[in-house]
Design a binder for this molecule. Sequence first.
Ligand SMILES: C[S@@+](CC[C@H](N)C(=O)[O-])C[C@H]1O[C@@H](n2cnc3c(N)ncnc32)[C@H](O)[C@@H]1O
Length: 403
Amino acid sequence: MVEFSDGGAADGQTWLRRAAAADRDGDVAAAEHAFLQALLCDANLIDARFGLGVTYFRSARYGDAATELQAVVVAGAADGATCMLLGKSLYLIGRFPESAEAFELASMAMPLEGDSLRCYARARTYATMIAGKIEDALASYSALAGIEVEPVDVVIRDGFGLLSAYGHRDIAVRLGELLIASKPDDAVQRHLNDAVAGRAIDRVPPAYVEAHFDAFANGFDDKLVHVLGYCVPERLAAMVRRHRTSFDHVLDFGCGTGLAGEHLRPLAGKLGGVDLSARMLEQAASREAYDTLTHAEALAHISANPVAYDLVFAADTLIYFGRLDALMAAVAQATAPGGLFAASFENAARDFEILPSGRFAHAETYVRRMAEQYFELREQQAIDIRLEANVPARGTLFVWRRR
Ligand SMILES: C[S@@+](CC[C@H](N)C(=O)[O-])C[C@H]1O[C@@H](n2cnc3c(N)ncnc32)[C@H](O)[C@@H]1O
């Protein structure tokens, strides 16, 4: 924490100096506070707007960064670097047409290179796609990207994800068709196309889950925990501990890389994990927290093990199941009377709906209705599950007790 010796009333310039000192110290909260105070003293202090924009960008608050940097541009005080940072901020919140314009403004002051050139070429390409001209966008991409050109299938695949996440589903559907035409056996893309097109699906195909998580396993922990702020395993385990602290046999249902292992181990006589992805299970094994790890479809696994567990723990796994009736019945059958069932869900307005991400969200009322014939609800908590397109995905944690 930065200590200021010149306390008392301060003017805008003093706050700016304080912000610069906090920034040098790496104290982001103090820098943000000081920049905001500087702007309270003088709303036209453009250095404070710029500083605040940079501070927000560093904290991954790209929407706020774009607002401040845009104010610098509007004031006519932006240099090439400011426009570039604005272009990146706008790209990271999916505002591709404005992002491309900001980069084009930057390019009048300095050449775009490296990451900025790559980002600009993508932003202009996605902006042209949003305007409905997919063929034109693809035809002009490589000239835009110059020496930073990326394989066009990567640009299309990322465009599919970004455009669907940022609300351009119709364009994403067309990109999805291009991708599947070039690779008809791609189970991952086929499911995502169904999800983005909003086709009626009541469960994510196991072939998708397996291929997706096998490909994602190596970077999973880093991305989820450090980039997307994922903390369901520890929060859900803490909820369980409030109700019971000792179990004979715990099943981590869709255990993934075993992020829950260290939280469940102290509670469990025997701790098992089950997952469809062999690569995720390899990561889980390396934690040495589990007694058994089973490579299987989790619903089939519990159905084959009646009354086997006194805790079934499903962190961020039931988002791969849409309809919950068969799932609740199978978990109930596998859980001993008095045992607990702990699970997280992503929130939806309808009973269940497939999201462009390829995952399901569920209405809290639907989840409770499906559970109540087998379980009594012990606790329920709201949670931000992870960042989705830079916005928190809202969810709910539940702990039930088997009747
Ligand atoms: C988002 S990850 C969460 C992993 C872990 N529970 C955690 O909290 O870190 C979802 C995991 O569920 C697994 N999964 C999804 N559907 C499954 C199913 N039907 N059977 C077994 N595993 C499944 C995936 O392979 C993946 O490892």
